[in-house]
Design a protein around this ligand. Structure first.
Ligand code: RIB
Ligand code: CA
Length: 313
């Protein structure tokens, strides 16, 4: 068996989260130790159910799904039904899951896994607000040096924000959690809007999933056709940005991405810029470089990888 990389996916499905989870499930290089759901795109009772729906869609009811934080650390929960629909997974008709939700609280699962697995062997893939990750770090600070890497979708700088003029959704929902994570001294790879906005689900690309002719391929095209309409109207583009799969694609083919080590600091005081990720791209401060910030993607190769791997499910 080739060397596999152990990952925990922390997620708020969300159609783009769903495609990221499918990409991971279709990739033998990755060993999904568990999926932890967090409140974000829709409330927790739906994100955890959606995570289980996606595992069953992929024929993987064996995957362990855990429910985590029901709300951000300090602020009220802000959701995004206008983008993802009332269920958070509008588009395909997916039946209610029969696989069971794990009893263990997701934050305890994250802490326990990191304390029990050999140090440096677990990668956290964060696709939603960082509440679960921050809670785990606060509950057990000893996990920080044991985490191999955190690869996260969140933030934005040259692209601005997608919730406010300056803040991207995942960071905006829980800026205090993001502040904890970016200050934890853990190796971070960041996929901000600056790179995800270059990965557009054009009609041709969405059609390629449908042409797989499989349950997964057809459901994926239906998810994307629903999900992309909000950003197509907003940005006037052919297709919408496929954010979260960039995280998993990086683990599989890091060469698809280009970026640089920067300092990333999170605004947690001003309401005007709350949740802004201030990225010191030109190194004008002495602040420590705490993240590899991605800005470019080979988007044709990215979508080819997605079609190839989802075609295996
Ligand atoms: O801003 C995009 C991010 O917010 C994605 O992770 C999407 O799923 C939502 O969670
Ligand atoms: Ca997400």
């Amino acid at each position: 068996m080739p060397h596999t990389r152990k990952i925990i996916i922390d997620t708020d499905p969300g159609q783009d989260d769903a495609v990221a989870i499918l990409l991971a499930l279709g990739s033998a290089e990755l060993d999904i130790v568990g999926i932890s759901a967090v409140a974000g795109n829709v409330p927790l009772n739906l994100t955890e159910k959606n995570a289980r729906k996606i595992c069953e869609l992929a024929g993987r009811p064996d995957i362990k799904v855990y429910a985590g934080a029901i709300r951000p650390l300090a602020r009220e929960l802000v959701t995004a039904e206008e983008v993802h629909g009332k269920t958070g997974l509008n588009g395909p008709q997916l039946r209610n899951p029969t696989m069971k939700l794990q009893d263990q609280y997701a934050v305890d699962f994250i802490v326990e896994t990191l304390m029990n697995e050999p140090s440096g062997t677990i990668t956290l893939c964060a696709l939603g607000p960082l509440t679960n990750v921050a809670l785990a770090l606060i509950r057990e600070p000893r996990i920080a040096p044991r985490i191999k890497e955190i690869v996260l979708m969140g933030g934005g700088f040259f692209e601005g924000g997608n919730v406010t003029p300056t803040a991207e959704f995942n960071i905006y929902v829980d800026p205090h959690a993001a502040d904890v994570v970016f200050k934890a001294g853990i190796p971070i790879v960041m996929m901000p809007l600056d790179v995800t906005h270059k990965a557009l689900t054009t009609a041709k690309r969405t059609q390629a999933f449908r042409q797989l002719g499989t349950r997964v391929g057809i459901a994926t095209s239906e998810m994307l056709e629903f999900f992309e309409r909000f950003d197509e109207e907003k940005y006037g583009t052919d297709g919408g940005p496929l954010h979260d799969p960039c995280v998993i694609a990086y683990l599989l083919k890091p060469e698809l991405f280009k970026g640089r080590n920067c300092n990333v600091s999170v605004e947690i005081t001003s309401e005007l810029t709350m949740g802004m990720t201030v990225i010191d791209w030109w190194g004008v401060t002495k602040r420590p470089q705490n993240a590899m910030v991605m800005r470019d993607i080979d988007h044709d190769a990215f979508f080819a990888l997605l079609v190839e791997r989802l075609g295996l499910l």
